[in-house]
Design a protein around this ligand. Structure first.
Ligand code: ADP
Ligand code: MG
Length: 354
């Protein structure tokens, strides 16, 4: 085999049938070392329901479902990463409300293709995310499925009364900000899909050397906790906010539609990592299109009043990419030559076909 193709696809060594434990044995096994990190967690796993006291704060709830073959491909997704990511995508929604996540509940359904070792590995990722973000796993449900792996996670968070941020609050002339950089996760997917094809055709193991950043953005994304913390420290309350799961175009259109406004986004201000840029070029893709339509970046897109500009100006990981216009203007991208192009939401499917 090609010596350069080092990274092994997932190998399962031991295999314990779930049926040897039963449902309750499985739940006990998966939650045996479950720790809590929040005073608000009064009753955790083990009863008919969890009890949470948010001590006068408001509660934010968000839920997400992940289906094998639709949202993830286990031929190149390690189960531990999948566990981590399943939690992160939910926490990202809580942060996007300007809230702090505190608890999750997790529902899983799996076919008999999945062993105890596989589910244990998945839970290692779940617990790693719980530790990293200091959230408590307080319950769930376990079921079987005819085919594949289904994950549904609900996250709860807390926020001081009326400090939550919705999608509909953008005001005329507000600055449009985005955290981190965009487009990397889509290229990570493109690389993994290419390697999967090579593996299926030739049996060659994937060559993921020097792709760690991009592939990592897809397989092990992080939710932008520090951005929410920084904004709180700087006493900046965004006027509207959304997390970027479907690409910058789609999310900008959401904010503008719900705020009843237009927007002007400047192509040369969109943050794209040099590695994303180079890989996109290699694949013959336009890096800007990857940022606009790629998705799964889990960065935060938000608007702030112009008067808050000085406060966030020197914040390293936030880029100002445009401003809000009135509702009669559309949502436009001003390209590098100064042409204004009406933005449309494409999403991954369209991009993969282009
Ligand atoms: P019930 O029959 O009342 O729905 P279960 O037997 O399904 O209760 O669950 C027992 C306890 O284990 C509950 O606290 C539930 O939230 C928790 N639980 C069940 N499945 C999971 C799971 N996959 N991960 C974490 N906790 C779970
Ligand atoms: Mg149950």
């Amino acid at each position: 085999k090609d010596a350069g193709r080092k990274t092994q696809l997932i190998v399962m060594e031991e295999r314990t049938e779930i049926s040897s434990l039963g449902e309750f044995g499985l739940i006990d096994h998966l939650t045996a070392n479950n720790e809590t990190h929040n005073a608000s967690t009064i009753v955790s796993v083990g009863d008919d329901g969890a009890v949470i006291d948010h001590f006068g704060k408001q509660t934010v709830i968000s839920t997400d479902m992940l289906i094998e073959g639709i949202h993830f491909d286990l031929s190149y997704t390690p189960l531990k990463h999948l566990g981590y990511k399943s939690v992160v995508v939910n926490l990202s929604d809580i942060y996007a409300m300007n809230a702090i996540p505190t608890q999750i509940v997790i529902n899983i359904a799996f076919s008999n293709r999945f062993s105890l070792e596989a589910l244990t590995e998945f839970y290692e990722g779940v617990y790693a995310a719980c530790r990293h973000y200091q959230v408590d796993l307080v319950g769930g449900d376990t079921s079987s499925s005819r085919k594949g792996f289904i994950i549904s996670i609900t996250a709860l968070g807390e926020v001081a009364p009326t400090t939550y941020v919705k999608r509909d609050g953008a005001k005329l002339n507000d600055l449009i900000c985005v955290s981190g950089d965009l487009g990397a996760a889509f290229l990570g997917l493109t690389i993994l899909e290419r390697e999967k094809k090579i593996f299926e055709d030739t049996g060659a193991q994937p060559d993921l050397e020097n792709q760690a950043y991009i592939v990592g953005k897809l397989l092990k994304p992080e939710a932008r906790k520090e951005i929410i913390e920084q904004l709180a420290e700087l006493k900046v309350k965004p006027t509207s906010m959304i997390d970027i799961s479907d690409g910058l175009s789609s999310e900008t259109l959401h904010l503008c539609r719900q705020s009843d406004k237009g927007a002007e986004i400047y192509e040369d201000k969109i943050p794209i990592d040099p590695q994303t840029y180079d890989r996109a070029r290699e694949f013959g893709l336009d890096p800007t299109v990857c940022a606009l339509s790629g998705g799964e970046d889990y960065e935060l897109l938000f608007t702030i009043a112009q008067s808050d500009y000085e406060k966030i100006r020197s914040t390293m990981d936030i880029s100002i990419i445009g401003h809000i216009t009135d509702k009669n203007s559309s949502v436009n991208l001003v390209d590098k030559s100064g042409n204004s192009i009406k933005m449309i939401a494409q999403g991954w499917d369209a991009l993969l076909k282009s």
